[in-house]
Every structure is written in C-alpha cells, then in structure tokens.
Design a protein around this ligand. Structure first.
Ligand code: ATP
Ligand code: MG
Length: 741
C-alpha cells in the first residue's frame, strides 16, 4: 500500500486534517451536525491503513446503524484497495454477535444460538409468565421486559439487582427465570448480546488478550449515544486505555437516546479516564445552507445543558425555511404531496426528499396520501419487513431447522397453520418440558396418547423439512420450508392473504440477494475461522434479526424516504419536510413534565433540522387524529424559537385571529370522512363570547392553550381550554382572564 496517499486527504479542512492524521492515541472529536465527523472517522481508517500504521484486522469501528456500517465499508473500498472482511465495522449488536459466534463455547452458548428481537423477547416473557402461573396484570410483560433490559444495560445479572420488598423480589426472580429459559432454548436478546460478550471478555483472559492485541484502533461514531455497558465494553477492549487507541466522535447536542439509557456523561468519562490530551472541535458545516444552519443554532441555544459550540458555513444563506399551517393532519399530508409533485416538476428526484416525523403513528396519514397519489415511498423503521407476521412465521420454521430447541420459534408455529394441536396438548407439553428441564421439542417423547401423536406429527414435519432442505442453496431452502410448512397454502386460502404471499416470495428474493452480497465480499485469509463457518442459514437469520429494515431500503430506487427523526440520525437529504410541529407531539407530551425531557426533545429537533442540505419545510396542523382521538393543537415552541426572518410562511400567519379554522377549512375542499367534516365545521362556529373554538389564548396562571369547547353565553359563558402545560380546564369567561394569544 502506498505510504502517502494525498488524494485521501484532499478537500479536508485544517481541523479535519489534523484529526485524521493524529498520531495513534486516544482522541475525542466534539463537533456539531454536518461538520464531517463521520467523514473524518472513515478517512482516518483509510489513512491508518494507507500509512501502514494498521492492517485491516487491527481495526474495529462502531457505527449507529447497519446502514451506516455499509456506507462506511463502501467508502473505504472506494478509497483504497482493502480487504474489508477482516475489519470489524458494525453496530454494537453486530460486533457482539460476531464475537459470540466466534467464541460461542467460551460464552456458554450453542453454536446455532438465535437472536430474539424485541417482539420475540416479549412473547418469550409472556410464555414464561404463563408457565409459572404469574398474574400478568400484576407483572405486565412489557414492564418486565423493560426491567430486564434496563438491568442488562447496567451490566447487572439478577444476583446483582437489589430487591427491597416482595414485589421487587418477585421481579428479580422472574428475571432469573427468564435467563434460564433463554439459556435452555439457546436464544439471546439484544441486551444479552452486549452483556454476554462483555462478560466473555471480562472473564476469559485468553480471549480478552487476543482481541486486546488484535484491535489497535477502535473508532466510535455517535459516541454521545453510547450507554454505560457499551462504554465499559469499549474500555475493556482497549485494556482500560492502555491498548488500542480509541478515536471517538460525537455531538452532545445530538444525544437523543437518554430514554434508552444512553449517557452523554460517557464523553466526560472518556476524556478523564482515557486521559484524552485535547478535545478536537470542528465548526465548519458542509451540509446545510446558511438559513437552515442558523435555525438549528437558534433552536439549540435554548438548551442549558450543553458543552457549547457553534456552527458556520461558507455556503450562502440559501432559501428561507418554508412554513405551512394546516387545518388538519389530512390537509398537511395533502399539501406535502402537492409540494413533492411540484418539486418533481422542477426536476427533483423523489429519493432526494425525506419526510421526518416524531412518532411512528404519524406515518400512516402520510403513507396514505403518498399511496393515493401514486408516489413511491419507503418507510424506514416502523413495522419492518422482517417483523411482519408471515415473515416471522417463516423465519420460525427456519430457526427450528437450525435448532429444534428454540422454544420461541416452536411455540410460534407448532400450530400455525392450524394442524389440530389443541391448547391442552400444548399445556401438557409445557408441563413435561418443565418437569424434565428440557425444550418443548425434547419433551414430546415424554407425552402420551393423543398429545404425543399430534406433536410427533409436527416433529416429523420438521424432520422432513430438514431432510428436504439438505444441500439446497438458501433461497431454495426457504422456498421449500414455506411450501412444506403449509404457510403458502394457508395464505392462498386467506382472502386477504395476497400481500402476505407476496411477502413470502419477497423473503426468497431477500435471501437470494443476501447470498449474492455475501459472495461478493472477499474472504480474508486471516479471518476468524469460526465466524466464517457459521453457515448461510444462520447468517441469514442473524441478518433478519439484526438488520431488519435494510432489505427494504435497496439503493437505486427512486422513492420518497419516510422515517422518524430518531431513525434519521447521521443521514442527510437535499430536501426535508418536518411535519407535526405541535406542542404535545413535538415536543412529545411525555417529555413536557421535566426540563430534561424538553431538552432531549429539542436535541431531537436539532437533529431533524440539520438533516437538510438545501431546503427545509416545517408544518403543523390545528387538529390531528392520533390513536383514535382528535387533538386540538398549538404550534410547537420549537417553531417559535426560529427567528422570523429565516422563515417564509406559505399560509398567512394568523396568530390573533379567532377564525383560524374557518381559514384552514376554506382552503380545504374535502375531508376524508364525514365525522371529521362535522368536527371541523363545528370548529368554525364563532362563539358569541368573543372567543372561538380553536383559538389560541393566554391565561395568567396556566399559560398558553387552545379553546376546545364552549357553552353558555353572556355571564354564563364557559370555555374548555387545553393548556400546553396545565392540561384541559373549564373556565368561566366572566372570571378567568383570558386574552387572545
Ligand atoms: P452528523 O452529526 O449529522 O452525523 P457529521 O458531522 O458526521 O454529521 P458528515 O456526515 O461526515 O458530518 O458530513 C456532512 C456532509 O459534509 C457530508 O456530505 C460530507 O461528505 C460533507 N463534508 C464533510 N467534510 C467536508 C469537506 N472538508 N469538504 C466538502 N464536504 C465535506
Ligand atoms: Mg455523522
């Protein structure tokens, strides 16, 4: 490899160059959105390789999503001829999986261990509660799931969890029982991947030494969103800072996973515990036009807990940010579709456009509007391909091929499609499994009578599947399993099964492209033999569990991109729409009770705004149907925090008007359904009190709110106001001092 590769470094600014070419030591790059952190990190890997300071197998890099890992690998391959296979680049989960596959024995796992995603985990917990006769109202499965995961993320096994009363003791007991169940079934959940590989490194000296010596450079993107255990994992791998040089990049203003245990404090801990000599800052933004950047800076300035930094750009100010006020979520969606059409007429590609929203539930209305307009779109996140019911059924059969003792998979499909295995037989089976401390599959021989014969039939079916699949390439294995299981037949007979059938075919296609992609990856001579051996089926099942969603996002398709703001982290788009900028939605109502919550929401808004390169649209709706209820909204404080000169209102800015709804509805021909039509019509009625339903008002004590109901007149006039902070209240107009807001 060439010793100096100037082309690698060309185009970097002075600070970026300094960061990329730092001598091998610990480093922290603290810099705002779009300042090139990810680019610096990728270029540094290339530079280390090109300089001969490291071989590919000396590199471990952590990205936040699989998509980011793929992009990084692709960029590296484009920068220099390098064997990417022996580099460890991936998410924490992906890397831990790789480690555990290579050392499954030392980690106490079966070679074919399977991964439980969140919904699998929940069903495993429900099954556990049932088998132990635990009241699931007293111990709701979701709570227990959260409890278990939170402790695992703290690195705590049941023995380390403190219990102070009967209730907490029972929870710890259930945590322990859940662990035993997973161990018996040979499955690991997401949090377990991390904890198990942490314990492997901690307890097994030869394994630890091997990796501490192997990885000379550890690079971490989005460092602000690492949790405690991930931090300890990194620290262990770098021998407490004495081994690998750790190069971490992050932005405290983009820390948006505190609710899942991420800890910005890790940045301080890293600086201190690794004795990082200096924190490098990058302040030039290369992504966004000036107005967009100014808006982002103005918003984030309202947060008090910041490490403090500012961004500037050489790009011009560009266009103002476009703001649209809609009467309803339906109108908002229709407007977005119209705007996208206009953009396309201007020669823009759909793939340049991203629609971002705070909550997954918002995507339905947008999807519907895009679908009706015939505009292709892709949703990232949400219910992902591999999470769909029919796909999970098919995957369960495949998992049973690999490991018949996987009880989660067994329970899922033992009677799906129905094959006359009744609840009683299954109860007997579960009892036998408990009695003999074995898997459901192994317990079949302990049954008698009808229960045994029906379950023997199922077991026979699995055997036939396995025999039939032997020696076939993966896509054919799947095709065979889908057919023999009766799934295809089942959905063929189901009137609404067409989509599901198509998805099952898509699974075969997904496997084919997965295999093709694996084949294209060069095999490294020095790669871990165990990892290479893992087998196509297991590799594909792991891919389905860990990389859910990626399959839908094939590059090259010209589709509008839809995703939550969380999912948009690290990405960039020429044109961005942020919809639903309403109090209670964004910032989310769950976050309004404490300052910390609002600050996290504001960071989320900062992430959203900084995804845009050239054009940013912001919109909000006065009414919105969410979770079956109509909500009456006031505009998000985040929109108010953007200086007016940066904004261009596409709708008149009617802050004081009592007839905001009349205005909205007048522009708006028809609504999707009659109830909502009536609702909106009711909203237009001016009340004799001088206030109108739908109007924004201020109250001395309760602050800002929206009138959502009114009754009586004169001295008896009362209005119901939905206050942003104080909730909904009925007030007598003669007494309450309300002013238009
Ligand atoms: P985020 O915080 O959102 O993850 P980031 O700091 O990781 O952002 P990058 O994604 O690395 O930023 O870079 C933002 C954009 O700016 C990318 O398109 C990148 O290619 C471009 N870029 C970065 N540095 C330069 C440079 N020196 N010259 C030109 N373009 C650059
Ligand atoms: Mg980045």
């Amino acid at each position: 490899m060439s010793v100096s590769s100037p082309h690698l470094l060309s185009g970097l600014n002075a600070e970026q160059l300094a960061a990329v070419t730092l001598e091998p030591r610990h480093a922290l790059i603290l810099a705002g959105a779009g300042s090139g952190k990810t680019r610096v990190l990728t270029t540094r890997i290339a530079w280390l390789l090109a300089q001969g300071l490291a071989g590919p197998h000396n590199i471990l890099a952590v990205t936040f999503t699989n998509k980011a890992a793929k992009e990084m690998l692709a960029r590296l391959s484009a920068m220099l001829p390098v064997n990417t296979r022996s580099m460890w680049i991936g998410t924490f989960h992906g890397l831990c999986n790789r480690l555990l596959r290579a050392h499954h024995r030392e980690a106490g796992l079966p070679q074919m261990f399977q991964i439980l995603d969140q919904s699998d985990q929940l069903s495993a917990i429900k099954r556990l509660l049932k088998s132990l006769n635990v009241d699931d109202e007293k111990f709701p499965p979701r709570d227990l799931q959260h409890f278990i995961n939170a402790h695992k993320e703290q690195g705590e096994r049941p023995a380390a969890v403190e219990a102070w009363d009967d209730y907490s003791r029972k929870r710890v007991e259930l945590y322990a029982a859940y662990e035993q169940q997973c161990q018996r079934e040979g499955v690991v959940d997401f949090a377990e991947l991390l904890l198990r590989s942490f314990e492997l490194l901690e307890r097994n000296e030869p394994v630890r030494n091997h990796y501490q010596q192997r990885f000379r450079h550890i690079l971490v993107d989005e460092f602000q969103d690492t949790n405690k255990l991930q931090y300890r994992w990194l620290k262990l791998l770098s021998d407490g800072g004495a081994g690998a040089a750790v190069f971490a990049v992050g932005d405290d203003d983009q820390s948006i996973y505190a609710f899942r245990g991420a800890d910005v404090g890790n940045m301080h801990a890293f600086e201190r515990e690794f004795a990082v000599p200096e924190v490098i800052r990058l302040e030039q933004n290369y992504r966004s036009q000036g107005n967009i950047l100014d808006a982002a800076n103005a918003i984030i300035k309202h947060n008090e807990t910041r490490l403090g930094k500012n961004l500037w750009t050489e790009a011009g100010s560009g266009e103002p940010l476009c703001v649209f006020e809609a009467a309803s979520d339906l109108e908002e969606a229709r407007w977005i579709v119209e705007e996208i059409r206009a953009l396309m007429r201007d020669g823009r590609a759909r793939s340049e456009i991203a629609l971002l929203y705070r909550s997954n539930a918002q995507s339905r209305v947008l999807e519907h509007a895009l679908f009706s307009a015939g505009l292709p779109y892709r949703v990232y996140g949400g219910l992902r391909f591999f999470e769909r019911q029919e796909i999970k059924h098919a995957l369960a059969y495949l998992r049973l091929l690999a490991n018949p003792d996987d009880d989660t998979a067994f329970a899922r499909v033992v009677n799906f499609p129905t094959r006359g295995i009744g609840a009683r037989s299954l109860e007997q089976l579960a009892d036998a499994a408990r009695l003999h401390q074995c898997s459901l599959h192994q317990a079949i021989v302990h049954l008698a009578g009808k229960a045994q014969s029906v379950l023997q039939n199922f077991s026979g079916l699995l055997d036939r599947m396995r025999e039939g699949a032997a020696g076939l390439p993966l896509p054919e294995v799947i095709d065979h399993v889908v057919e023999l299981s009766g799934l295809r037949e089942h959905y063929r007979n189901d009137r609404e099964g067409q989509d599901r059938l198509a998805n099952l075919d898509e699974l075969v296609t997904a496997a084919a492209s997965f295999v093709a992609e694996e084949d294209r990856r060069p095999i490294a001579a020095d790669d871990d033999a165990a990892a290479a051996d893992e087998g196509e089926l297991i590799a594909f099942l792991t891919h389905a569990a860990l990389e859910a969603g990626d399959h839908q996002a094939e590059d090259g398709d010209d589709a509008v991109q839809l995703m939550t703001v969380h999912a948009a982290k690290g990405l960039e788009f020429n044109i961005v729409f942020i919809s639903g900028l309403e109090e209670g939605l964004f910032p989310h109502e769950n976050a309004l009770l404490e300052t910390r919550g609002v600050e996290e929401e504001r960071r989320l808004m900062y992430v959203a705004v900084t995804r845009a390169r050239q054009r940013l649209y912001l919109s909000f709706a006065q009414t919105r149907m969410l979770h079956g209820q109509t909500r009456y909204n006031i505009v998000s404080r985040f929109l108010d925090e953007i200086p007016q000169p940066l904004l261009k209102w596409l709708t008149p800015q009617l802050r004081n008007a009592g007839s905001a709804y009349a205005f909205g509805a007048a522009r708006n021909g028809s609504y999707g359904n009659d109830t909502r039509k009536a609702e909106i019509a009711a909203l237009q009625r001016d009340e004799p009190s001088g206030f109108a339903v739908g109007q924004s008002v201020m109250h001395d004590k309760f602050g800002r709110g929206v009138i959502i109901n009114a009754e009586g007149s004169g001295q008896d006039a009362r209005v119901q106001v939905n206050f942003t902070h104080a909730g909904s209240k009925w007030l007598a107009l003669a007494v309450a001092k309300l002013t238009p807001a």
